[in-house]
Write a protein that binds this ligand. Structure first.
Ligand code: MD3
Ligand code: FE
Length: 203
């Protein structure tokens, strides 16, 4: 099931389902070394989404701005390694979507509890925006929204469920996007939360 949901954006429904057990083991390993935390935006607000990272480049925000950092500010240690299963899945999904050779160095892991959301934004902190972004969703479903290059462009909504993978490349790489507040619920494997792994080439 390969659905084009925007120019260069491909939704692979259920693509990660055969690998969910491996992904959950990898997730537990990463979060044991680098726990989820709610970071502060440059404007001084605590994000509702809790985050951590694995791989050489970790996305962080604090009062001084958004950036990629090779160390976890909580521990001063390098971020945990990018698990092989996560890397392989991201590479295979990118290839399936038409972006062969994707080699991610950053995996941002977002944890949404009911009410948590991500307001409309662009991903602009990566050095070379020619690389696609691969997103893997686990746990509770969410409504994802994406617009266009301009903040005021019309916004489309897509429901993302457990196991769905989306590859954003080409013209849609710099589209505005966000996640509506997570609805209450309990997922049989993940409980009352949604986890999203976002794989990028940052450095
Ligand atoms: C569309 N995360 O961490 S990933 C983020 O579900 C972020 O947690 C969302 O947006 C989440 O920055 C969505 C999907 C995604 C990522 C990058 C995009 C969608 C995108 C770039 C352009 C257009
Ligand atoms: Fe984003």
């Amino acid at each position: 099931a390969r659905e084009e949901i925007g120019p260069g954006a491909v939704l692979l429904r259920g693509w990660a389902l055969p690998r969910v057990e491996d992904l959950l083991v990898a997730l537990a390993q990463v979060t044991a070394a680098a726990p989820f935390r709610r970071m502060v935006t440059p404007g001084g607000f605590e994000m509702s989404v809790a985050m951590t990272n694995c791989g050489p480049a970790g996305w962080v925000t604090d009062r001084s701005g958004y950036r990629y950092a090779s160390q976890d500010p909580l521990t001063g240690l390098p971020w945990p390694p990018l698990p092989g299963t996560v890397r392989d899945l991201a590479r295979a999904a990118a290839a399936e979507a038409g972006y062969a050779g994707f080699d991610p160095d950053a995996c941002l892991i977002n944890q949404y509890e009911p009410g948590a959301r991500l307001t409309l934004h662009q991903d602009r902190d990566e050095r070379d925006k020619g690389h696609p972004i691969v997103s893997l969703s686990l746990g509770l479903p969410a409504t994802f929204q994406f617009g266009g290059l301009k903040r005021t462009d019309p916004v489309r909504r897509v429901a993302l469920a457990h196991g769905d993978v989306v590859v954003w490349g080409g013209p849609s790489r710099l589209f505005h996007h966000g996640v509506l507040p997570l609805k209450d619920g309990v997922h049989p494997l993940l409980g009352a939360r949604r986890i999203n792994l976002t794989l990028r080439r940052a450095f």
